[in-house]
Design a binder for this molecule. Structure first.
Ligand code: IPE
Ligand code: IPE
Ligand code: MG
Length: 249
């Protein structure tokens, strides 16, 4: 009896799930290396983990899940790895509707997609359009994404408006800057998860994460399960978010 109760106890409170979770999907290469496999096998396994986690986030009723898949700095990697990742992204997007069938997920890509092949860009537009009719979880896939590049883009948008006389410098506020971010219609991430034992943001959502809670773990991304997600959410729910104020309890 005692065992049964323990086994069914939830790791988190389903009534207070964070609205927006960000995940830095790191550790694919090390996962493969430990198995004596090519790094690409790790990226493939990582995309399977993403499928399971997306499904779970949708079921929990989250508003948004933003996942870091390829950074503005990842172009530094060997050409073969970059090409293989691009091929995997294309495959992922081509199968996207099948993968999320019946889940009401809207897929969006954030980042500077102009650097990608025409085929990949077309696929991004297609998937965003097809899944844009859904009104459930927003899955933001950060591709050629960098927080500094996103802020630079926002500054340019505002400078351009100022140059045209549409705004004055004093109209530039935290809100107007937020409106120029890729995530403008979404709440800031409540929780950012980074597996793989690294303790840094690596240029992920640096504007939006001003008051995010962080959850780090040694688990490598391809091994990350729904149970790990639930544990992260459970830990998050125990935190006291003060936003600079005083403790409420
Ligand atoms: C994250 O895994 C995926 C990308 C950055 C594309 P890594 O490829 O960085 O894996 P590690 O950190 O080398 O293990
Ligand atoms: C961050 O991981 C980027 C993604 C997961 C897409 P990296 O592996 O590129 O980050 P660093 O180099 O360890 O900071
Ligand atoms: Mg890495």
């Amino acid at each position: 009896m005692l065992f049964k109760r323990k086994a069914t106890r939830k790791l988190y409170n389903p009534e207070a799930v964070p609205a927006h979770v960000g995940i830095i999907m790191d550790g694919n290469g090390r996962w493969a290396k430990r198995r004596g496999m090519p790094r690409m096998a790790g990226h493939r396994a990582g995309s399977n983990a993403l499928r399971d986690i997306t499904k779970a986030c949708g079921k929990m009723g989250m508003t948004a899940l933003t996942v870091y898949a390829f950074s503005t700095e990842n172009w530094k990697r060997p050409k073969e790895e970059v090409n293989n990742i691009m091929a995997l992204l294309l495959e992922f997007l081509k199968n996207a509707e099948k993968e999320i069938e019946g889940q009401n997920v809207q897929i969006r890509v954030i980042g500077d997609v102009s650097a990608f092949s025409d085929e990949l860009q077309r696929e991004i537009v297609r998937v965003e359009k097809v899944t844009g009719v859904n009104d459930g979880l927003v899955l933001n896939i950060a591709l050629n994404y960098g927080g500094r590049s996103e802020i630079t883009r926002a500054v340019r948008i505002l400078a351009d408006k100022a140059k045209k006389g549409e705004i004055n410098p004093e109209d530039i506020t935290e809100e107007s800057i937020s409106e120029c971010m890729y995530t403008s219609d979404l709440p800031d991430p409540d929780l950012i998860i980074r597996p793989s034992g690294e303790y840094r943001l690596s240029n992920f959502l640096i504007w939006q994460s001003a008051y995010s809670e962080f959850w780090f773990s040694d688990i490598l991304w391809p091994d990350f399960t729904v149970k790990d997600l639930e544990k992260a959410i459970g830990d998050f729910q125990k935190r006291n978010r003060r936003f600079g104020g005083v403790e409420e309890r």
